[in-house]
Design a protein around this ligand. Structure first.
Ligand code: ADP
Ligand code: MG
Length: 596
């Protein structure tokens, strides 16, 4: 079966010829037996299918083009992109949404490197994904002899991924796939690299031999039960707190434990604070949401329970404003995370479902000592702050600011809570996160732990393909530029995605040296007059250009209802937005402590 697009094994040309010759023979000799043959690429597609992979994101070329066709023939969806980085962002988002590894397939050398950016980002964010890349023949790479796209990909990948494997023989492909799958999802999930050399992809095997290699592993995601004494310590600490808080991270979203987080919060009455991509695990308007009282929690809580959240820079690494006397309980799957920044008084190591179940059961045997004034204080503070915040979104300023535009978007998105929100930018990220409430888990995808730019279009595709749901992206104009060409992928696959480009003409804003063509533009200047909607037109999307909040609200309402690819150019004022958004303090300024 050396033809490419085959869905099942058929006799090779040689075998067919042999059978015909046999049939024509008058002496009745049995036809010689030529076994059906397949390649390593067939073994790869079958191994992926066997383990339950239904989608591959990628970009074809030598040496993986046929592998993609064969995978398609096996019923695996192949979502082809214009840039590997975006295919990788899609695979990572697929992993976040489903809890199963998203798969990225890349060509050798630069295709591999472009994709590796996303695999590294997935590793940092604990998204399960596997990057499978074809690579060139080993021998000339190892001898530095200069071969086609010769790059020692395995060793380039190793420092930035959770695990990396190379397969040199077609017989080893199923083992490579199983190992990559287990590494991506077991313990703390992450990005895994699987290198398959060109000779292994092209190697010919008998079909029966290839099929016999396939294996369905047992217990791919076993429970990891926490130690009873750890649970006991955590339960007692939480129960004895006067001012406790529960801090929920995107690990809880990935672990799909919204039911248990709800039980824990409502059973104890302890206020909770969601990290950005944990928004919606419980609705942002839940009576115990402390989303508007972050500083109070940091400064005053005496016990904080971290549920699938890390005390990294996004939480001042546990220092700064945090109560120095406060105690931390941390529920995590990774023992190495504990004490990474600040002393953890009660670590609970296990998968979140097992740990939360044990803690909830343990709470039956203790009495909560929480001060009721703590909760009412947070609720009163939240009420005042929320009302004040809403005032910011009221003015229908034209040209629009981020706030006036978001006032319009908020109405549409909150009327469509099942739409997944993808969000990146600087001010566009910060202000959107603060303005748009989420009501369902895993409905917000953003630039996350590294605060990177360039995850937009890929994440839109991954979210839409993995869930079948509608997606709205709110993108800064600079952020959109990193992945804009892959808006065409949204169009080719006819996905229900609306992309809103908040155009303030620059990185942070458009008030740098203007584009008057007499001087070079400032490093931060883009183009306030750019018509991003025209880019959508080029690929057949429904497009809008809006200059007022009312126009934006009407366009977004129509776009979401259409369930078709749509692009909205949201014209902002050039002076809307400040440098570096909310994290300007991270810029290297003398005499300022930037040790986050
Ligand atoms: P956030 O940015 O929302 O704080 P992080 O990505 O920093 O979230 O932290 C997520 C944490 O969740 C990581 O430390 C990771 O090890 C942990 N985690 C991920 N999946 C699970 C799981 N199934 N069970 C327990 N912990 C998990
Ligand atoms: Mg901008």
């Amino acid at each position: 079966m050396l033809e490419t697009n085959n869905t099942s094994a058929v006799p090779s040309g040689a075998a067919k010829a042999g059978q015909e010759a046999g049939a024509a023979c008058s002496c009745q000799k049995p036809a010689p037996h030529f076994p059906e043959q397949v390649t390593g690429m067939y073994v790869l597609a079958r191994a992926l299918k066997t383990i339950g992979i239904d989608t591959i994101y990628g970009l074809v070329g030598i040496p993986i083009t046929e592998a993609a066709y064969i995978a398609q023939g096996q019923g695996i969806r192949f979502v082809g992109f214009r840039h590997e980085q975006q295919a990788g962002m899609a695979a990572a988002t697929h992993g976040f949404m489903t809890g199963k590894p998203g798969v990225l397939m890349t060509v050798s050398s630069l295709g591999f490197m472009n994709g590796l950016t996303a695999t590294a980002n997935a590793t940092v964010n604990c998204y399960p994904m596997i990057q499978i890349s074809g690579s060139s023949v080993r021998e000339p790479i190892d001898l530095l002899q200069g071969t086609y796209e010769g790059l020692d990909q395995l060793n380039v990948a190793k420092p930035v991924v959770k695990a990396a494997y190379r397969v040199n023989r077609a017989e080893d492909i199923p083992t490579g796939v199983v190992r990559a799958y287990r590494a991506a999802i077991s313990g703390r999930p992450g990005g895994v690299y699987l290198d398959i050399t060109t000779p292994a992809l092209g190697q010919v095997l008998d079909h029966d031999v290839a099929e016999a290699l396939l294996q369905m592993p047992v217990d791919l995601a076993p429970s990891m039960i926490p130690a009873p004494e750890s649970v006991d310590r955590a339960v007692k600490m939480l129960a004895s707190a006067k001012k406790p808080a529960i801090l929920v991270g995107k690990g809880a979203a990935q672990a799909r434990v919204e039911d248990l987080v709800k039980t824990l919060v409502e059973k104890t009455g302890v206020p909770f604070y969601p990290m950005s991509m944990a928004k919606g695990i419980l609705p942002d308007n839940h009576p115990l949401s402390a989303i508007s009282a972050r500083s109070t929690i940091m400064e005053d809580a005496d016990v904080v329970m971290l549920v699938g959240a890390r005390l990294n820079w996004l939480l001042s690494r546990g220092h700064g404003k945090w109560n120095k006397e406060g105690k931390f309980i941390q529920l995590d799957i990774d023992p190495e995370e504990i004490d990474s920044n600040r002393h953890i008084d009660a670590p609970v190591i296990g998968d979140l479902r097992s740990s939360l179940e044990a803690i909830i059961a343990g709470l039956d045997n203790v009495k909560m000592e929480m001060d009721p004034a703590w909760v009412s204080g947070i609720q009163n503070e939240s009420k005042v702050k929320n009302a004040k915040f809403l005032e910011r979104l009221q003015p229908k300023t034209v040209p629009m600011t981020h706030w006036s535009a978001l006032g319009a978007a908020k109405k549409v998105l909150e009327a469509n809570p099942d739409v997944i929100l993808v969000n990146e930018g600087a001010n566009t990220l910060d202000d959107t996160r603060d303005s748009i409430d989420m009501f369902l888990p895993r409905h917000r995808v953003d630039c996350a732990t590294w605060a990177i730019m360039g995850m937009g279009m890929g994440s839109c595709v991954g979210a839409a393909v993995a869930t079948g749901k509608s997606v709205v992206a709110i993108e800064g104009d600079s952020a959109f530029g990193f992945s804009g060409m892959d808006f065409s992928t949204i169009c080719r696959f006819n996905l229900p995605v609306t992309v809103c480009v908040f155009n303030n003409g620059g990185i942070y804003n458009g008030i740098g040296e203007p584009l008057d063509k007499t001087t070079d533009p400032a490093p931060t200047t883009l183009d306030i007059n750019a018509r991003y909607d025209k880019l959508g037109e080029a690929f057949g999307a429904k497009t809008y250009y809006v200059t007022t909040p009312d126009e934006f609200q009407a366009a977004l309402t129509e776009a979401v209802a259409s369930k078709k690819p749509c692009l909205i150019d949201v014209q902002l004022a050039a002076d809307a937005g400040k440098e570096s958004g909310h994290i300007g303090y991270l810029n290297p300024t003398p005499l300022i402590d930037i040790t986050v």
